[in-house]
Write a protein that binds this ligand. Structure first.
Ligand SMILES: [Zn+2]
Length: 431
């Protein structure tokens, strides 16, 4: 669709949203009254920046005062058809209430992502995310189904059975975090006595972790499994999947401009920035068609970079972006800020002596000390080299990331990944 048509559609959807919210959302009625801004002052996208942001803390407070869904629920509670909950990594989790229309929207948007990722009707996909309240569990299954895919709802755990099942059903793709593929690899060898690449998986649709944007990590996973990794992106309280890489993997394509209006802002000043090549900032989302819990100018905390505004090799127009991480995954220590993925990237030169897996243990708030645990291959590294490697990693993190950390090398046999309740692997652990 040409850009003008997309913008025209967004303008139209924005006007309907503002009318709807002005009528049905007590939260926004109150919020705009307090800010002295009437919603009919907003004539279009250009005026949107006159409206205040919505923050996660405001939504939390709203749910505390008006449990369980908050007074930003814009429909009678009996129209809610599905309830999820956010992971709550930065505080009290939020309940997500979806209406039938919202479920339809997530299916359409998610199916577009799956299509862009190279999945086609008739493919068999192993779904390996936790189901317990997490949106990436059941709801993501429904968009795979909407895409015409036979999805195997496996969840996490019981990896041996998973490996057997993917072989038995001849799965073409797997949907999981990148670190899960690393954990599965030795199990495939042990359980089936074959190399992971001989299993015949062609695509790994990646979600839930930022790691795959690290080129050396991507290469390692792809070589190990003989497949193509394609990253998909979303946010539970906005839309479970709304952006995906294509076969060119040159950044995320926004695949739901009819459902989602995105603004780029400077996270410090809150000023709107132009979406231009090379710009960095934070995304702010306005849900154009959400019925249950519509959100206006919702601060995502996503640190993003625009990596292209030209036509992609796949033919898609519109900007492309990468996500460095979520703000809650960013480590701030002694005035230096870094995402775990950047530290992982900085020390990847030591592969294959190290596996690439790390854990950052940040003590105190504000952070008083940081320990960087690094997994290493004990079969490759003699014990008398551990000390020298430790120093090398400390030096590298200081030089590349500007951060002074204490490094602790952990042998593969002793490495214990820490999972969040949604089944993602935690790289930053706050104690
Ligand atoms: Zn593309």
């Amino acid at each position: 669709m040409p850009k003008e048509e997309v913008v025209g559609l967004q303008e139209e959807n924005l006007r309907s949203l503002l009318t709807y919210v002005g009528r049905s959302s007590d939260f926004y009625k109150r919020k705009f009254e307090e800010s002295g801004m009437a919603m009919d002052h907003i004539k279009g996208i250009r005026d949107l920046s006159k409206l205040p942001f919505t923050t996660k803390d405001e939504l939390r407070l709203s749910q505390e005062r008006f449990p369980p869904f908050g007074d930003y629920l814009a429909v009678p509670a009996n129209q809610v058809r599905r309830i999820h909950r956010t992971a709550g990594t930065t505080g009290r989790p939020l309940y997500i209430a979806l209406t039938e229309k919202d479920i339809g929207a997530l299916c359409v948007s998610g199916a577009r992502c799956v299509w862009a990722a190279g999945i086609r009707p008739g493919d068999r996909v192993m779904h390996c995310f936790n189901f317990c309240l997490y949106m990436g569990g059941y709801s993501d299954i429904t968009f795979f189904e909407h895409a015409g895919v036979a999805v195997v709802p496996f969840g996490v755990g019981n990896s041996k059975l998973l490996v057997r099942t993917m072989k038995d059903v001849r799965a073409r793709a797997i949907y999981c975090t990148p670190s899960y593929l690393r954990i599965l690899s030795p199990l495939v060898k042990e359980e089936l006595g074959i190399e992971p690449r001989d299993l015949g998986l062609k695509i790994a649709i990646i979600s839930g972790e930022a790691g795959i944007q690290n080129p050396s990590y991507r290469e390692e996973i792809e070589n190990m499994w003989g497949l193509k990794t394609v990253d998909v992106y979303g946010m539970s309280d906005v839309l479970t999947a709304f952006a995906s890489e294509c076969e060119y993997r040159s950044g995320f394509h926004l695949l739901a401009p009819d459902y989602l209006l995105i603004e780029l802002i400077d996270p410090t000043t809150g000023e709107r920035k132009e979406i231009a090549d090379g710009e960095v900032g934070e995304f702010v989302y306005t849900t154009l068609q959400k019925e249950g819990q519509p959100l206006i100018r919702y601060r995502s905390g996503d640190a993003v970079k625009i990596v292209g505004t030209d036509r992609c090799g796949c033919g898609r127009t519109g900007f492309r972006f990468i996500v460095s991480g979520r703000s809650d995954e960013m480590l701030a220590y002694k005035g230096v800020k870094a995402f775990p993925i950047a530290i992982q990237d900085a020390i990847s030169v030591l592969k294959p002596d190290i596996t690439g897996e790390i854990q950052l243990i940040a003590k105190g708030m504000p952070v008083e000390s940081v320990t960087l645990k690094v997994e290493y291959e004990e079969l490759r590294v003699e014990s008398d080299r551990v000390e020298e490697m430790t120093t090398r990693i400390e030096d590298r993190v200081r030089q590349i990331n500007g951060m002074t950390v204490r490094v602790e090398l952990v042998a593969t046999k002793d490495w214990k990944p820490v999972f969040t309740q949604t089944g993602k692997i935690k790289k930053l652990i706050r104690v």
